[in-house]
Design a binder for this molecule. Structure first.
Ligand SMILES: *Cc1c(COP(=O)(O)O)cnc(C)c1O
Length: 377
């Protein structure tokens, strides 16, 4: 049997050991510390020093802290893109708040601006204005930033930008993660760079960053003893994990290039097959890191060909996976309001993610190409 080809694996630069070793040698083996500060500084300079970035232990905790900092409480309503990973929406439930799900549009697969406005108007009519919007740059593809933020501004609703999959992506030349009141990043093992587990909250002021770190380190008031007047969390990034991050961030630009090369590889080999549609940027406003490449297979009305292709890849020991199952179809979330036209459902039924790691080899690509060519010919 050939080696398994995975969707997205970590790739090491070789410098990770040095920074992890430094943490061990200095006995700085806890949450926070010099590696964490250095990692934050390097992230901030990657974002051109405009935002203030707090390094945390996951992207999920970053979303949770964003909701807390926006004052989201029990019974509040939060609008969220339905087509996403559950980590975008679980923190809404942590706060006892109510997710209001919105469909995707078919160009970026992200939150549909028109449907979002319909949802906002209807929630207001029903008596509650949503307190926040969580919009996601799915698979690295920026959402329609201008349209979404124009509506958010019109109704004065803050946006949390879930950039977990979109580090390095840009909209109209500006980096994703910097458009919302808060942006969040993930450094989980499957993301474009990793700290094993980790995340970050992108804030637009140093006050908010400080407040985020305050909550992330158990909300300790200023006192010589441990004094607490607010709920605290243990969400800070570990100094060991940040050491891995310092090694990883060195090759962020190269990783983006490699993932974009993977995209061109798929574009090339899929071009002859009209029943397969590769997910790609609608125009030059959208610069995707192509974290994952995805295709739609619209061959038959019952959408059976997608599953047949997935099984064919599995036989060849090549991993692929259907797109995120929309949240409004999940047993956990199906009782919450949903505004949509079945765009997300259609994507879920016909879509498939393909191996897209920065460490895909030529030999891996040859194997993938052979299966694609033989299956669709
Ligand atoms: C990975 C991911 C997250 C959460 O990140 P973790 O670091 O795994 O907690 C949130 N949203 C999306 C869309 C993701 O893909």
């Amino acid at each position: 049997m050939n080696d398994k080809i995975y969707l997205s694996l970590p790739e090491q630069s070789g410098f990770e050991h040095k920074y992890v070793q430094k943490a061990l040698d200095s006995n700085w083996i806890t949450s926070g510390g010099p590696n964490v500060n250095d990692f934050e500084n390097q992230l901030q300079s990657y974002f051109n020093d405009i935002p203030f970035i707090a390094a945390l232990n996951s992207g999920t905790s970053a979303i949770h802290l964003a909701l807390i900092l926006l004052g989201i409480k029990t019974g509040d309503e939060v609008i969220c893109q339905s087509m996403t990973f559950a980590a975008s929406t679980n923190p809404i439930l942590y706060q006892g708040a109510i997710p209001i799900f919105v469909d995707s549009e078919s160009e970026t697969w992200n939150i549909c601006p028109e449907m979002m406005e319909i949802a906002i108007k209807d929630r207001i009519k029903k008596g509650k204005k949503p307190k926040a919007i969580i919009a996601v740059h799915l698979y690295g593809m920026p959402y329609k930033v201008d349209e979404v933020h124009a509506i958010a501004d019109k109704y004065e609703i803050p946006v949390i930008e879930d950039s977990a999959e979109a580090l390095g992506s840009q909209y109209k030349g500006k980096k994703c993660g910097t458009f919302g009141t808060f942006g969040i990043l993930s450094f989980n093992g499957n993301k474009i760079i990793t700290t094993s587990s980790g995340g970050a909250l992108i804030c637009n002021s140093s006050n908010l960053k400080e407040k985020a770190i305050f909550y992330a380190t158990q909300s300790k008031d200023k006192a010589s003893h441990y004094q607490h007047s607010e709920i605290g969390y243990n969400y800070r990034m570990s100094n060991i994990c940040a050491g891995i991050g310092l090694g990883q961030i060195k090759m962020l630009d190269k990783n983006i290039e490699k993932r974009r090369d993977n995209h061109l590889f798929y574009k090339n080999i899929l071009q002859p097959f009209k029943e397969v549609e590769l997910f790609e940027a609608a125009n030059d406003d959208f610069f995707s890191n192509y974290w994952l490449n995805a295709i739609l297979i619209r061959a038959d009305s019952k959408n059976e060909k997608r599953e047949a292709f997935r099984l064919r890849l599995e036989e060849e020991n090549i991993e692929s996976r259907p797109l995120w199952k929309p949240m409004h179809l999940q047993p956990l979330f199906e009782k919450y309001p949903y505004y949509g036209n079945k765009v997300a459902e259609q994507l879920f039924e016909t879509g498939l993610c393909l191996p897209s790691g920065s460490n895909l080899t030529m030999e891996n690509k040859d194997r993938i190409e052979k299966v694609i060519t033989s299956f669709f010919n």
